[in-house]
Design a protein around this ligand. Structure first.
Ligand code: ADP
Ligand code: ZN
Length: 435
């Protein structure tokens, strides 16, 4: 039997979903216009009034919000309700710069936890599960969101937070955790660690993992599934819209269903801002349809992906987004050439290397330098027949073809690149230190 947390929403017809979205949007635009001076000014500048927005068809008339707006309006400039109605503050991880803060009423927390509960239910979670939450707790949204979702589903919740990996594994075994929630890089690290501790995946009771908050490849999914003996599912979210659970993967493991009764998604051309038709690749933009305290309209996520309404085998009708593989602002400009870390990762996977790598960019004598440190896996390391220098040269060549510039590749011993307990840090741009 199929299980849904909220079937009336998750399997609604497109017509019913549209009616719900339109009704919520009209109210939301009015709420924001009346209560958020910052956005009212943006609308006035564009000559748009709340009455002009009669449904999602009219959304393109509204101005965008960007991370720069959030930083400018920090901390209270986009708050749409009295602070005394708020019960929570969370903050971004600051991956790409100054952190921003988001506010939640109790209603906003409930809505968010419902989204996370849908995600847990979609991977088969019920009140018979033990859900180990190994995302960081605190200002980061990962721990709080999944903790709340786990409670709503009725799972026995293990609020471990990230880190202390040995204890993590001991509790996982002793308390029979069946669902693990953490970043994919931490899941990979836990997978390596159980092996080092002599624990086999069969010694664990894990059946599903809900891994998100950063990009990860299908290759990583397979590795994690093998090392932990579970099925690995993706989950997506951002602090600006609430946190994890904005979109979640189902049993099909092929794209994430967006909780579109709360978050309306558009794909735009990042250069022109023009809305692109379904199926196009572009920047994901979210409009929060019913959040009270921090309701962002047309927020540009900078995440690049594709939307699809193709029928899903799980029975959910919620629109799906593809895995976002990197952000538009991940781009490094090295010697005038645009380089995305995800391109380097693609080459590594293709050439049979691990995804434990570190990119270091610096400037010497006014020229940018690009160094890529790549960890060898134990088999490659013990293969003394092949010379390291030749391997480094071959890999640098493969990267040059992909990137258009010559990197310096350094192959390093297994387990020498620092593992992450949260979001992985893959790029160190030392040029910023000199500026
Ligand atoms: P920060 O922007 O500082 O990292 P957040 O912790 O709010 O702050 O992270 C949100 C961002 O994390 C998203 O915009 C996206 O780039 C990334 N992200 C979240 N979930 C995923 C996922 N499943 N796949 C790829 N990227 C993700
Ligand atoms: Zn599905």
């Amino acid at each position: 039997m199929k299980k849904y947390f909220q079937p009336e929403i998750e399997t609604a017809s497109l017509e019913d979903m549209r009616a719900l979205q339109n009704e919520k949007l009209v109210k939301q635009v009015k709420h924001v216009y009346e209560n958020v001076e910052y956005y009212r000014n943006l609308m006035d500048e564009k000559g748009v009034k709340p009455e002009d927005i009669k449904g999602v068809e009219d959304l393109h008339k509204l101005p965008f919000l960007t991370k720069a707006d959030l930083r400018e309006a920090y901390p209270y400039g986009l708050l749409a309700t009295d602070l005394k109605n708020c019960v929570r503050i969370q903050s971004t991880s600051g991956t790409t710069g100054k952190r921003v803060v988001a506010f939640y009423t109790q209603g906003d927390v409930d809505l968010w936890e419902d989204c996370c509960a849908r995600a847990i239910t979609a991977v088969g979670g019920t009140n018979e599960d033990v859900c180990q939450v190994a995302y960081g707790y605190g200002l980061f949204t990962g721990g709080a969101g999944m903790n709340g979702g786990s409670h709503k589903v009725g799972c026995l919740t293990l609020p471990m937070s990230s880190g202390n990996t040995e204890r993590q594994i001991q509790f996982m075994r002793d308390l029979h955790a069946t669902i693990l929630c953490c970043t994919p890089s931490y899941a990979a690290y836990i997978g390596e660690s159980i092996k080092d501790m002599g624990v086999k995946p069969e010694d664990l009771d894990l059946k599903a993992g809900i891994f998100g908050a950063e990009p990860w490849t299908e290759e990583m999914r397979r590795d994690i599934e093998k090392s932990l003996g579970l099925k690995a599912y993706d989950i997506y979210g951002l602090t600006e819209t609430s946190g994890p659970g904005v979109a979640f993967e189902c049993e099909a493991q092929k794209g994430m269903h967006i909780n579109e009764d709360h978050f309306y998604a558009e794909i735009i051309d990042p250069e022109t801002g023009e809305v692109l038709p379904e199926g196009s690749k572009g920047e994901l933009v979210f409009t929060s349809l019913d959040k009270e305290a921090f309701p962002l309209l047309r927020y540009r996520t900078r995440d690049i992906c594709v939307l699809s309404r193709e029928k899903c085998s799980c029975g959910r009708t919620l629109i799906k987004m593809s895995k976002p593989m990197g952000r538009s602002d991940d781009m490094l400009i090295i010697r005038g050439v645009n380089v995305f870390p995800s391109q380097i990762e693609t080459v590594l996977i293709k050439e049979g290397y691990s995804s434990n790598y570190l990119i270091e960019v610096d400037r010497e004598n006014n020229t940018d330098t690009l160094d890529v440190y790549v960890e060898l896996n134990p088999e490659q390391f013990s293969d003394t027949v092949k010379s390291l220098t030749a391997m480094e040269k071959a890999l640098a060549n493969a990267m040059k073809i992909m990137l258009g510039i010559n990197p310096k590749v350094h192959l390093v011993a297994p387990k020498t690149i620092t593992r992450s307990e949260g979001k992985a840090v893959r790029v160190i741009d030392k040029r910023k230190l000199h500026d």
